[in-house]
Each structure stands twice: as C-alpha cells, then as structure tokens.
Design a protein around this ligand. Structure first.
Ligand SMILES: Cc1ncc(COP(=O)(O)O)c(C=O)c1O
Length: 460
C-alpha cells in the first residue's frame, strides 16, 4: 500500500507527528492534504471540494477566504509585523481589541491578558487564580474543579483540566490538584424519573459534596465550557449553571468560563455563558476571536481579580508571566476585524435565525437505528451513535463514529468524530440552503455506517 502514497504523503510521514492521529494507521492511508479555502468550503490537493462542517477546528466562523480578514492581516504585517507587551511596551491593536472584548463580554470584565492558544489561555487562568489567592493571603486555595469530558487543552495544566482519558493516559496526567466533577449530560446520566431541573440540582449537590470533601478553603476555581465541545457537544440541562453558580458563590470559588469554542456567536450570543446563564469571574477565549485566521487567545478578568493582581505586581515588582507571541499585533488586528465583521454582517443574527432549522435537521435523524441522541445549540451539534438507542456503547467504541466521518467525507462533508458521536459546527456564515447541503448526505451515511457495523459484527 505504501507505494500508492503521493510524494507529499510520503514526505509527510517522514517528517511530521500529527496531533490526534494514529501514526501507525496513517502509514497506509497517508495524510489528507487540504490546499485552499473558499467560503464554507475547502479543497484538497486533488481539487475535491468539501463543505467544512467543523469550521476547521471550531474556529473559522467566517469561512476560509474572507477578504477583509486577509487585508487586515496584510496591512498589519506591513506596518508592524511583531511587537510585544512585556515591560510596559504596547501597541494600538492590542488596546483596541481588549477594549472591544471588555465591551462585549459579560460580567464586567476589566482587564485582558493575551496568549496564542486556548491551552495557554487556560494555563494563564490557573496561574492568575493562584496569584490572586496568594495576593489575598489565601495560600491554601489552590485546587481546581473541572468536569469529566470537559476539554480545556493539552499543555500540562490544561490537559489536567481536560476530563478525557486519552489526554491523560501515558502522559502521567492529570496533576493531582485538579478534581473532576460530573458531566452535565442529561440523556446519558439522568436517573429514572428525573427532570432536567432535578438533574441540574443533583449535579450541583455533587459539586458541593466534592468541595466539602476537598475542603472549600483549598479550592481556587471551577472551570467549564458553557457547551462542552470536544467532549461531544454536550449541552447542559436547564438551570445547570444557575445551580452550580450558587455553590461556587457560597464557597468563594472563582468561576472560569472557557469560551474557546462558544465565544463570539457560536451559541447565538456573544458568549455561551450569556446563552446558558453562567456568571463568570474570568473568561478564556480563542478560535473565533480571530475567526481562526491568526493564533490569538485572551483571558478577561473581572474588576476584583484585576485590582488584587495589579496591586500584587506592585508588591513583587513585576508580573512574572507572559508569552512572546501574546498579543501579537497581526492576531490583534485580525481579531479587531473579525469582531467588526460579526457586528456589521449580523453574524450572531444568522446563527439565531438558523439555529432552529439546524436543530430540526439534526433531530430528523433521531429515529435512525444507530442514533442514540441528536443535540445542538446555536450552530454546534452532534449525533451520538449507539447500538440500541440507549447510552450503552458499541462493542468496539470509536469505530462506528470514525466510519460515519469517513462516509461523510466521501460525500464531500467534513465533520469530526468524537468517539461514537459525530460533531457538526459549520462556519457561522452558512446559509439555509448550505445547511441542506450539509445534512442531505447524512441519512445515507448513517445507513451505510449501520450496514458496515452489521457486516463487521459490531452490531447484532
Ligand atoms: C473549550 C476549549 N478550550 C481550550 C482548547 C484548547 O485550545 P488550543 O487547541 O488552541 O490550545 C480547546 C480546543 O479545542 C477548546 O475547545
């Protein structure tokens, strides 16, 4: 098989380690090269067109060829291709973007700190929470509560926050100051007779028990994505964040909203915490902050945290944290333009307008033999594939999801398999007609996947 690989596929295998890839499996298939973008489509190197149903990695909300974003990057790279914010230096794009973030974010955010990636943003979050508590003399308040199936990145701390086994196994993680609480997945985790509200209350109670077991005076923060993305697009039950918020307030725990996916319109509001009633003290953002056109992430913190932290830098003489590329001027210029476009082209309104038809199209597959649950919010959703419409897994977990993704790929649709769930997160500029294009091949792909699973003995 190896001799069927193209020149670049061979060179790829000889030169790269691919993230989230079985390196042995791609030795026979080779990597799939994507060459160019056009609106919500990308083309591979055989000029085959795909509707990019995942916005790349949940980031390219404005598609893959926006001329205004390209122009913003070009102008900035010509004017000032690099500068940093260390030692009191600054540049105008960094300030303008921070002001815009403050204006849009919920919860009276008062300061913005930049990094390049979502993982780094969450890394900063934990350092800020520790620094803040140390400044207040609360030196034992260090533990962080995260959630099973939450995704917060892959650096050592952010991967520890992540609650997915493959991010921990053989990386010697999670670090032990991170404690994981329950996943707010009603369909999978509810008990007989429980309503969504009962379930939310039970999860809040479970969080409180965890806090009491750990001693709340040793817990600094709770981190959550408003909608869990990489854990399978899990939309929390009604009143979940309201109930969780009460517990966090009671024990003086910082609430961190990880808006790396949900931020900037994905759920129909600027931030997922607004859609879902979460009241954060600090927010992580990345991805759609620049519509994916430049690497940039930001952490916004509220007034109370900002005051304490700023004062403490005065005591210590500096703030000993910062990344070379944090607040990169090209990233900031692209970010300013992306936010301007979201506003001027009413992108959030497009998400709101399309979200019910996105939901009903996904729900139309609910009756299929191998669909356990269809779920969505805004323009992010998933079909969870299961053998008998209950949460019980397939005999060989992961294979059915992967087969479904490859069936759709053959039909010109790029989506992402997350175990046996398949996720959909199209660019927010998608039209109603293009939504049909995205979902039209799904029924046939489900049929083909089910037939294959029978033939393989994965389904009886
Ligand atoms: C919610 C969330 N947080 C953090 C991250 C990590 O971001 P990055 O891959 O840029 O480090 C991701 C990535 O998908 C994410 O979805």
């Amino acid at each position: 098989m190896i001799n069927m690989l193209t020149n670049y596929q061979t060179r790829d295998l000889q030169s790269l380690i691919h993230p989230y890839t079985n390196a042995m499996a791609i030795k026979t298939t080779g990597a799939h090269f994507v060459e160019k973008g056009d609106g919500i489509y990308v083309y591979d190197n055989e000029n085959k067109r795909y509707l990019e149903g995942m916005s790349g990695l949940w980031c390219c909300g404005l598609g893959f060829s926006d001329p205004e974003l390209i122009e913003a990057a070009k102008l900035q790279i010509e004017k000032l291709p690099y500068y940093h914010l260390f030692s009191g230096r600054s540049h105008e794009p960094a300030v303008e973007l921070a002001e815009k973030i403050k204006e849009l974010a919920p919860g009276h955010m008062s300061r913005v700190f930049y990094q390049s990636s979502g993982s780094e943003a969450n890394e900063s979050q934990i350092k800020l929470a520790w620094y803040y508590n140390n400044a207040k003399g609360r030196r034992n308040k260090k533990k962080i509560i995260s959630r099973k199936k939450g995704y917060h990145g892959v650096s050592i701390v952010s991967a520890s926050l992540t609650g997915l086994p493959y991010n921990h196994k053989d990386f010697d993680l999670p670090l032990d100051f991170v404690k994981h609480t329950e996943t707010p997945h009603f369909w999978r985790e509810k008990i007989e007779g429980e309503t969504e509200k009962d379930f939310a209350l039970r999860l809040a109670k479970s969080l409180e028990e965890l806090l009491l077991n750990e001693d709340p005076d040793t817990v600094a923060a709770f981190i959550a994505e408003p909608v869990m993305g990489a854990g399978g697009v899990i939309v929390p039950p009604e009143s979940y964040f309201e109930e969780i918020g009460k517990v966090l307030k009671k024990y003086d725990i910082i609430a961190i909203s990880d808006e790396v996916i949900c931020g900037f319109g994905r759920t129909g509001e600027w931030f997922g915490s607004q859609t879902l009633g979460m009241s954060p003290n600090s927010i992580s953002m990345a991805k759609q902050l620049t519509a994916g056109y430049a690497p940039l992430s930001a952490v916004a913190i509220d007034n109370e945290m900002a005051n304490v932290i700023e004062e403490h830098t005065g005591t210590l003489g500096t703030f000993g944290h910062g990344f070379t590329y944090g607040g990169h001027p090209v990233g900031c210029a692209v970010g300013i333009k992306a936010l301007e476009i979201y506003q001027e082209r009413n992108i959030l309104q497009n998400v709101r307008n399309l979200s019910s038809s996105f939901k009903s199209k996904l729900n139309s597959f609910s009756d299929h033999d191998i669909v356990g649950e269809a779920r969505s919010l805004g323009l992010m959703g998933a079909l969870e594939l299961t053998p008998n419409k209950t949460p019980a897994p397939f005999k060989e977990p992961g294979k059915v999801g992967a087969k479904m993704a490859s069936e759709l790929l053959n039909k010109g649709i790029m989506i992402r398999a997350i175990g046996d769930s398949v996720a959909f997160c199209p660019p927010m500029i998608i039209t109603e007609q293009q939504l049909d294009e995205l979902f039209d091949p799904v029924k046939k792909a489900l049929d083909a996947t089910r037939d294959w699973a029978f033939a393989e003995g994965i389904l009886d």
